[in-house]
Design a protein around this ligand. Structure first.
Ligand code: FAD
Length: 639
C-alpha cells in the first residue's frame, strides 16, 4: 500500500490542504468582495453587461436545432428506463452540443459561455438527465480545464475529439473525500524514469463515468517540501477510459436524474504518461477548484431555466383549476406562491446572467459571485419546485406517466422535484459554498489584523499587523457610517427601484460593520461560529441578488420592458424583510442551545425519542442497529 493511503486527515490537515489550494490573490475586482467590506461598488455591475447581437446570430442555428430536438425528446421514457438512448446522444453530438465552447479551430461551435449556459437552461427546462450529461462534460469535464490550463499540444490532441462528442468526466470525489479533498486516497507514483505515473484508486459518483471516453482524475502524488514543511500534493491527470486498469465497478442510481451516467470508477496501476498531467504536478486541487469556480456558473442558469418551466406550469394551473368557486390563483395563499415564483425566477435569471456576463468580461474575479449564484439559485429553485408541486396539489405528486394514462396533461412536476434536489449538494454543497464565501468575506480583515490575535505570531508579525491595522481601520470604519443610501433621491436613475438601491447601499455598509464587530467581539472564535458567518453570507447574497435584479430591470426598462420593474420591486421587498430578520438575529438567540442539543442527540441521549419505529438503519454485520445500540446506552445512562 502506498505511503499516501493513510487514515482520515485531521481538521488542521484538511484546512491546510484547502488553504494551499485556495486562490489567495484576486485577479480582478469583485462586487461581492467589496460588499463584504461594506463598500457598495455599483459601478462594477451596472450597467448590466449588454447582449452581443453577433453572438446571438452565430448561436441561432445551434439553438434552432437544439429546440427542435428537445421538443421531440421523450423525457418520461428517459426517466422511466433510466437510460438516454444512444440515438439521442448521437443527435446531440451531431449538432455540436458536446463542444459548445470549444473553439472553432478545433472543430467546436466556438460559442460564448453565456450561449453555453443558455443552452443548459433550455435543456434543464426539459430534461435534467440530459443537462447532467452535457454539463458534467463541459462545465467540469475535460473541455473546461483543458481550455484554462491545457498546453497547446494537449489542446491539439484532445479538443477535436471532445468537439466530435468524446464524452468526458471529472473524477474528484471518493468514499472518504466528499467535500473535504484532504482525505483523498487515489494516488499516482512516478516511474523510475519519470516518464509515467502509476495511478491507483477508486472514484465515487463520477458523472458520465459509466459512458466516458476520457477522465480528468485528481490523485495524490508524492508529498513536496514547501517552506520547510511537508505538503500533500494533488495532481490532475487526463486518463483514457480504454487504458488497461480502468474499470467501471458500479453504476449508481439516484432519487432523481434517473438516467445520469454516474458510477464508481476503479483505477488499478494505470500507466499515465507525464504529458497527460494538466497544468503541473501538485496543482490538481487548485485546478479542480478553479474549474469549479466557473463550472458552477451552469447550475445557476439551469436552476433559472427549470424555474421558468415550473412557473409556466404553475400559472396555467393556478388560473385553470377552480376550487371553492374561484380559480385557485385567486385565493391569496396560492397567489402569493405564483407571485413570488415569478419574482424569484426573475432575480435568479438576473443573478445568473450578471455573473456570466462578468465572467465573460474577463477582468473580474467572479469566484464569490459564482458561489453565491450557485447557492442562491439552487436553494430558490428548490423552493420553487416545492411551491409548484403544492399548487398542482395531488397532480403535482403524481407521475407524468400516471397522469397521461388517465387522460390528464402529463406535467412532470414530480420528476422536476426529484431532479432538482441534488443541485444543493453537488458542485459544492450549500454549506460548503457558505464556508467558502465566509472565508473570502473575512479575508481582508484576516490579512490585516489576524497576526495581532494569533498566539503563534512573532513580535515582529504583531508589530507589522499593528501598522496595517492603524493604516486601514481609522479611515475605513468611520466611512462605513456614511453613504449615498442616506441621501434622499440618490440612485434616481433606477426610478421606482431607487429606494431599493438606497436600502442596498445602507445595508452593505451595515454588513461591513457587522462583520468587523463580530471579529472584534468573537476574535478567533468567529471561525467556529458557522451560523453567525452564514448569516453574514446570506445578507451578502440577498444584497447581491437585489442589485442584480434592479440592474437587470433597469436594462430591460431601457429596452422598453416596464413589467420587469414590478418583479424586481416585489423581489426586493421580500429580500429586505429577509435581510432585516438576519440582522435582527445576527448572533443567533439560541445557537448555543441548538449546538448543545445536537451533540446530545448524536451521543444518543434522546434515543428514547426513537421508540416505536422500525429501525431505518439495518444492523451492521454482527452488530446492533445504531438506534437499538443507542437506546441500550440511553437505558444504561439513565437507569
Ligand atoms: C448525482 C451526483 C453526481 C455527482 N457528480 C460528481 C462528479 O461528476 N465528480 C465528482 O468528483 N463528484 C461528483 N459528485 C460528488 C459530489 O460533488 C459530492 O456529493 C459533494 O461534494 C458532497 O460530498 P459528500 O456527498 O460526500 O458529502 P459530505 O462531504 O460527507 O457532507 C455531508 C453533509 O455535511 C455537510 N458538511 C460537510 N463538511 C461541512 C463543514 N465543514 N461545515 C458544514 N457542513 C459540512 C455537507 O454540506 C453535507 O450536507 C456527485 C454526487 C452526486 C450525488
Amino acid at each position: 500500500m502506498s505511503q499516501h493511503v493513510a487514515g482520515l486527515a485531521s481538521e488542521k490537515e484538511a484546512r491546510d490542504v484547502a488553504e494551499a489550494a485556495r486562490e489567495s490573490e484576486w485577479s480582478g475586482p469583485s462586487f461581492v468582495r467589496e460588499l463584504f467590506l461594506g463598500r457598495f461598488r455599483l459601478d462594477l455591475v451596472h450597467p448590466h453587461p449588454p447582449d452581443d447581437p453577433n453572438e446571438a446570430a452565430r448561436a441561432k442555428p445551434f439553438f434552432d436545432r437544439l429546440t427542435e430536438f428537445l421538443q421531440r425528446v421523450d423525457s418520461d421514457m428517459i426517466d422511466r428506463t433510466g437510460d438516454i438512448p444512444e440515438a439521442y446522444v448521437q443527435e446531440l453530438r451531431d449538432m455540436g452540443a458536446f463542444g459548445i465552447k470549444i473553439p472553432t479551430e478545433y472543430g467546436g461551435l466556438g460559442l460564448s459561455y453565456s450561449s453555453y449556459v443558455k443552452a443548459m437552461a433550455m435543456v434543464t427546462s426539459k430534461d435534467g438527465s440530459l443537462t447532467a450529461m452535457l454539463s458534467a462534460h463541459q462545465s467540469i469535464g475535460l473541455p473546461q480545464p483543458l481550455k484554462l490550463f491545457g498546453t497547446d499540444e494537449q489542446k491539439q490532441r484532445f479538443f477535436p475529439r471532445l468537439a466530435k462528442g468524446a464524452i468526458s468526466a471529472f473524477a474528484l470525489t471518493e468514499t472518504d473525500a466528499g467535500s473535504d479533498p484532504a482525505n483523498m486516497h487515489a494516488h499516482a507514483e512516478p516511474t523510475p524514469d519519470g516518464k509515467h505515473f502509476i495511478l491507483s484508486g477508486e472514484k465515487l459518483w463520477c458523472t458520465n463515468g459509466t459512458r466516458a471516453d476520457l477522465y480528468v482524475v485528481m490523485a495524490r502524488t508524492p508529498d513536496a517540501v514547501v517552506n520547510g514543511k511537508q505538503r500533500k500534493q494533488i495532481t490532475a491527470f487526463i486518463v483514457e477510459a480504454s487504458w488497461p486498469g480502468v474499470e467501471i465497478v458500479h453504476r449508481c442510481r439516484f432519487m432523481g436524474l434517473k438516467a445520469i451516467e454516474n458510477g464508481v470508477i476503479r483505477f488499478t496501476n494505470v500507466k499515465v504518461p507525464r504529458e497527460n498531467i494538466l497544468w503541473g504536478e501538485g496543482k490538481g486541487l487548485k485546478l479542480a477548484l478553479i474549474t469549479l469556480n466557473t463550472g458552477r456558473l451552469t447550475l445557476p442558469a439551469s436552476a433559472a431555466g427549470g424555474s421558468k418551466a415550473l412557473l409556466q406550469a404553475s400559472r396555467t394551473w393556478a388560473s385553470e383549476r377552480v376550487q371553492w368557486g374561484a380559480p385557485i390563483g385567486k385565493h391569496e395563499a396560492v397567489a402569493e406562491k405564483v407571485a413570488m415564483m415569478a419574482a424569484n425566477t426573475f432575480a435568479m435569471e438576473a443573478i445568473a446572467g450578471l455573473t456570466v456576463g462578468l465572467a465573460e468580461h474577463g477582468h473580474y474575479d467572479i469566484r464569490l459571485e459564482a458561489a453565491i449564484a450557485k447557492m442562491y439559485n439552487t436553494e430558490h429553485g428548490w423552493h420553487i419546485v416545492d411551491d409548484a408541486l403544492q399548487i398542482r396539489g395531488g397532480r403535482g405528486y403524481e407521475t407524468a406517466d400516471s397522469l397521461r394514462a388517465r387522460g390528464e396533461r402529463p406535467i412532470p412536476i414530480e420528476r422536476a422535484m426529484r431532479d432538482a434536489r441534488i443541485n444543493l449538494i453537488f458542485e459544492g454543497s450549500s454549506e460548503i459554498m457558505r464556508l467558502f464565501i465566509a472565508r473570502e468575506a473575512v479575508d481582508h480583515h484576516f490579512k490585516t489584523a489576524f497576526a495581532l490575535v494569533d498566539k503563534e505570531s512573532s513580535k515582529g508579525e504583531k508589530a507589522a499587523a499593528f501598522g496595517r491595522v492603524m493604516r486601514f481601520y481609522p479611515t475605513w470604519y468611520p466611512a462605513r457610517w456614511l453613504g449615498k443610501g442616506q441621501v434622499p433621491g440618490a440612485f434616481g436613475e433606477f426610478g421606482k427601484l431607487a429606494g431599493h438601491m438606497r436600502f442596498a447601499e445602507r445595508h452593505t455598509r451595515k454588513l461591513g460593520r457587522a462583520i468587523f464587530h463580530a471579529m472584534v467581539r468573537l476574535g478567533p472564535k468567529l471561525e467556529r461560529r458557522q451560523l453567525v458567518l452564514f448569516r453574514a453570507v446570506d445578507i451578502g447574497a440577498e444584497l447581491f441578488a437585489m442589485t442584480a435584479a434592479c440592474v437587470k430591470a433597469r436594462k430591460l426598462e431601457k429596452e422598453g420592458n416596464t413589467e420587469a420593474s414590478m418583479l424586481a420591486d416585489l423581489f426586493c421587498r421580500a429580500a429586505e424583510v429577509r435581510i432585516e430578520r438576519l440582522f435582527a438575529d445576527f448572533y443567533g438567540r439560541y445557537d448555543r442551545e441548538m449546538y448543545r442539543v445536537a451533540q446530545q442527540v448524536m451521543r444518543g441521549e434522546y434515543a428514547w425519542l426513537e421508540e416505536g419505529i422500525i429501525d431505518m438503519i439495518e444492523p451492521d454485520e454482527g452488530g446492533a442497529a445504531p438506534s437499538a445500540a443507542r437506546r441500550e446506552r440511553a437505558v444504561v445512562t439513565t437507569g
